[in-house]
Design a binder for this molecule. Structure first.
Ligand code: BEZ
Length: 253
């Protein structure tokens, strides 16, 4: 989840508009191939919907996330879940694997993330994840930034969507051996219109506007994006692009 203090996380809104995030996370869980007894760190665990899967498989899990509200939901599931900024991990030689789904794009200091993961892993441990890659939600970002500009406003893009070669170099510079690195489109059907998505995820943009303008702003972006992201029956699809990777910290456990 977010490391940005302008993005506010509401567990209820997340459950209504973004349940697909964990539902679509199974391929990356399969790439991780968790084994019973392994100690796994879920980096950016959100409400813990995927973290519980590791526990059910007999793994020892720790979930970390920057959002206290999301961590409260994860704890209510019985998880060991902690409020920690993924860019300031403080574990040493503790985990067999670090897993991350749909969270790393919120962390704009990726060198710090990768270094913290390196320290958190035991020798031979693996770092497996998936997040937004180059080109992710490009039409949405474009429409939001144009709509802000029309109002004379501007906000920093809150996301890190790297090219695969950029992320590979980052991992290798930290000492990882990269086993998998793939960038691929994954058009993602939304449970409602793009307004719900913007309310859930685009707080860093909308927060630069006065409260009274936000509803109208979102309605305008929905109108602009309808011809791009909605079919004639009103089904909305966001143009997600995923970067999926697996890397190993070399050495004997
Ligand atoms: C993503 O999972 O790609 C994503 C989610 C929210 C905002 C931006 C990207």
């Amino acid at each position: 989840m977010s490391e940005s203090n302008k993005q506010k996380w509401s567990p209820d809104r997340y459950a209504a508009n973004a349940r697909f995030v964990s539902d679509l996370g199974m391929p990356v869980v399969e790439l991780l191939a968790p084994k019973p007894g392994e100690r796994i760190l879920d980096l950016g665990c959100g409400d813990g919907a995927l973290t519980v899967r590791f526990s059910e498989l007999g793994c020892e899990t720790v979930g970390v996330d920057a959002s206290p509200d999301m961590i409260a939901v994860a704890r209510a599931r019985g998880l060991d879940a902690r409020v920690v900024d993924g860019q300031a991990l403080d574990f040493e030689n503790e985990f067999d694997a670090v897993f991350s789904n749909a969270a790393l794009h919120w962390m704009k200091k990726p060198e710090r993330v990768v270094e913290g993961v390196w320290w958190a892993l035991k020798a031979g441990g693996r770092f497996v994840g998936e997040f937004g890659g180059y080109g992710n939600v490009a039409a949405i970002v474009g429409a939001v930034e144009v709509a802000l500009a029309r109002r004379g406003a501007k906000a920093e893009n809150p996301w890190f969507f790297p090219r695969p070669e950029t992320y590979r170099i980052l991992l290798e510079n930290a000492g990882f051996v990269v086993r998998d690195m793939a960038l691929f489109p994954r058009p993602t059907p939304l449970p409602g219109d793009i307004g719900g998505w913007l309310e859930t995820f685009a707080g860093s943009y909308t927060s630069v506007l006065p409260d009274v303008e936000r509803k109208d702003f979102i309605a305008g972006v929905v109108k602009d994006l309808r011809p791009v992201l909605s079919d004639t029956d009103g089904n909305w699809t966001a143009e997600y692009v995923r970067l999926r990777f697996a890397a190993i910290k070399p050495g004997q456990p």
